[in-house]
Design a protein around this ligand. Structure first.
Ligand SMILES: NC(=O)c1ccc[n+]([C@@H]2O[C@H](COP(=O)([O-])OP(=O)(O)OC[C@H]3O[C@@H](n4cnc5c(N)ncnc54)[C@H](O)[C@@H]3O)[C@@H](O)[C@H]2O)c1
Ligand SMILES: [Zn+2]
Length: 283
């Protein structure tokens, strides 16, 4: 069942969003809020406060014990992260691409659900959890394969895991973690295997950022879906669009840092809203 847009002002914002999209040549920037309806929690949620503190890059490279802790948690969390499937919002974004209205699709998500939902040419600002990379020799490994190896190396690693966290890991007791055998690179034996995602304390590759800036600047609008925009790597595109006089539409529940730059602002659930938009845009 569709949620009604409750107020007249929501309805007006919705109409403006539909006409912005109808004009085509729009860049879409998505965040964790697009994947919550697939069961992957976001970082901030409605109150805008950060709920989890993920491991930073500095902590990850600082010690084997930290990597052991990361991989033990991530081993448990990955199973549920990997089971997530695309929702109506992901499918609607793919439909907007098929309708030829999207110039570029930029995501801050690392879950790969856009691609599974039928989208193509996804610009993954923060990488993808489906891949791991050796920080010593550069070798990459599919996460699914790594998961099999971790399972073999840790046959008795049965845990009463808690909630899966936004990074695809879970909280585990220290004594549980200390028995875990973390992965090693098959090429160089290093234990510096890291998921191929941008951790806090790392930066997005410069060439990718520049490519995204070019897309934004050449667009007729920037549409943000499900992001608090607290992370600068996404927020800078909103700033750039606003500085260039390009309309910014934000569809996200709760407050976002881009609200002052937004020309269109809709606080509504994404699955329903995007499905409705695609229906209204059918030729
Ligand atoms: N799925 C993922 O891959 C995932 C999940 C969590 C965090 N992360 C990472 O953490 C950072 C989080 O920043 P962010 O801005 O993307 O997320 P965020 O958690 O900071 O913000 C998500 C926003 O979406 C809103 N929201 C949640 N569910 C919604 C729904 N169904 N409809 C509409 N709005 C909804 C929330 O109220 C919140 O404002 C990113 O850098 C990202 O790489 C990724
Ligand atoms: Zn290696």
């Amino acid at each position: 069942m569709e949620t009604a847009l409750t107020t007249a002002s929501d309805q007006a914002e919705y109409e403006r969003l539909v006409s912005l999209l109808r004009g085509g040549n729009v860049t879409v920037l998505t965040g964790a809020g697009l994947s919550t309806e697939s069961g992957i929690p976001d970082y901030r949620g409605l109150d805008g406060k950060r709920r989890v503190v993920p491991m930073t890059y500095g902590e990850f490279v600082a010690s084997p014990a930290n990597r052991q802790r990361y991989w033990a948690r991530s081993f448990v969390g990955w199973r549920r992260f990997a089971d997530a499937v695309p929702n109506d919002g992901h499918r609607a974004v793919a439909d907007l691409q098929r309708l030829g209205l999207v110039r570029a699709l930029i995501t801050q998500n690392v879950d790969g659900l856009h691609q599974l939902g039928g989208a193509h040419d996804v610009l993954e600002l923060h990488g993808n959890l489906g891949l791991a990379r050796c920080l010593d020799c550069g070798e990459t490994t599919q996460r699914a394969e790594l998961d099999l190896r971790l399972g073999e190396a840790n046959p008795h690693f049965a845990v009463a895991a808690g909630e899966v966290r936004p990074d695809g890991d879970v909280l585990l007791a220290e004594e549980t973690v200390s028995g875990f055998h973390p992965p090693r690179c098959l090429v160089c034996q290093s234990d510096l295997l890291k998921p191929d995602v941008v951790f806090f304390g790392e930066s997005v590759p410069r060439t990718l950022v520049e490519q995204c800036f070019s897309f934004v600047e050449a667009s007729l609008g920037l549409v943000v879906l499900g992001s608090s925009l607290q992370v600068m790597s996404g927020y800078r595109f909103v700033r750039r669009a606003a500085a260039n006089g390009i309309p910014v539409a934000i569809v996200t529940r709760g407050p976002s840092r881009g609200d002052a730059d937004a020309t269109i602002r809709l606080d509504a659930p994404l699955g329903d809203t995007l499905t409705r938009i695609v229906r209204d845009l059918q030729p």
